[in-house]
Ligand binder design. Structure first.
Ligand SMILES: C[S@@+](CC[C@H](N)C(=O)[O-])C[C@H]1O[C@@H](n2cnc3c(N)ncnc32)[C@H](O)[C@@H]1O
Length: 275
């Protein structure tokens, strides 16, 4: 990959996703573009850059961002966050609900990838807030159309699902038969309470007006430079109720970036409660 091709790709990716590709990502980028070259039947990265400069580059640009971004995720990743939600945040918000009269417990999974994070949240909430009690809802967003299709389908391979306790699987997943043998589908009791939307976290406003008791924004900030991280945290903070919580990935401390949140413990922040 030539210098000017790498510069072109990295500027384009930054402009459209704010993902910052440092020079040491060059090999990784070249490898990931291989997939796009095969899909577009182009023989060189130079030709691919030409395609991205053409009039109808919009669709390919979405594929490029998809190929570059990392969608790696799994059920109950960084499980301590789900424990904290269960043991601290939910009891606190249930107590406040009586005063605040919040109609629903609202959670945002920002950068939800293929759905494992929002469905893990859904399982946690369904256990504490059973049907007929305080309703709950999860908004889940990601920049990638492709990964959102997977999330909406809610179908996961058995080796992925079977890492969860058997009782959880029996309660919340349906085992596939026939062509779906070897897969599980998330049951509608959960999917009915999770909405997926395409959203670039750094562009425009989310397609919902909700303010949230909890926002999970994990393992995406690491791809952004510091000014972008600051902008993102400010955007998320505006969407928290006073006293609402922001949980970031364990490797994504907000140390060194300007923000107005209180630090609760590593990777757990909250908007100051109204005085
Ligand atoms: C590594 S996954 C994290 C998934 C999940 N939050 C977790 O912790 O397991 C990062 C996700 O961020 C998404 N992403 C990257 N840039 C984004 C942006 N600017 N706006 C919204 N989502 C973005 C990617 O498509 C990817 O699905």
């Amino acid at each position: 990959m030539r210098d000017k091709e790498f510069e072109f790709i990295r500027t384009l990716v930054y402009e459209h996703s704010r993902i910052h590709l440092s020079s040491d990502k060059r090999e990784l980028v070249a490898a990931r573009l291989g997939k796009r070259l095969r899909a577009t039947q182009l023989s060189s990265i130079g030709d691919y850059c030409d395609l991205l400069q053409g009039h109808d580059a919009g669709e390919e640009l979405a594929h490029l961002i998809d190929a570059i971004s990392t969608n790696h995720t799994f059920f109950f990743r960084e499980n301590a966050h789900f424990d904290y939600l269960r043991t601290h945040i939910l009891p606190e918000m249930q107590a406040r609900q009586r005063l605040e009269r919040w109609p629903r417990f609202e959670v945002w999974s920002a950068a939800s990838s293929s759905g494992e994070e929002p469905y893990s949240l859904a399982i946690t909430l369904a256990e504490i807030l059973p049907a007929g009690g305080w309703p709950w809802h999860i908004e889940a967003t990601d920049i990638s159309h492709r990964i959102l299709d997977k999330a909406r389908a809610a179908i996961y391979r058995s080796d992925v699902v079977e890492r969860m306790p058997r009782a959880t699987i029996q309660k919340y997943f349906q085992r596939g038969v026939g062509p779906q043998e070897g897969n599980y589908r998330v049951k509608s009791a959960l999917t009915a309470n999770v909405s997926f939307h395409q959203l670039n976290l750094l562009e425009g406003e989310p397609p919902f007006a909700t303010t949230f008791q909890v926002i999970f924004c994990r393992n995406v900030m690491i791809y952004f430079d510091r000014p972008t991280q600051e902008e993102l945290v400010a955007r998320l903070t505006r969407r928290l109720v006073p006293g609402g919580y922001l949980l970031v990935g364990h490797s994504e401390s907000l140390t060194g970036i300007k923000h107005t949140l209180q630090i609760v413990k590593p990777a757990v922040y909250r908007r100051p409660p109204a005085s």
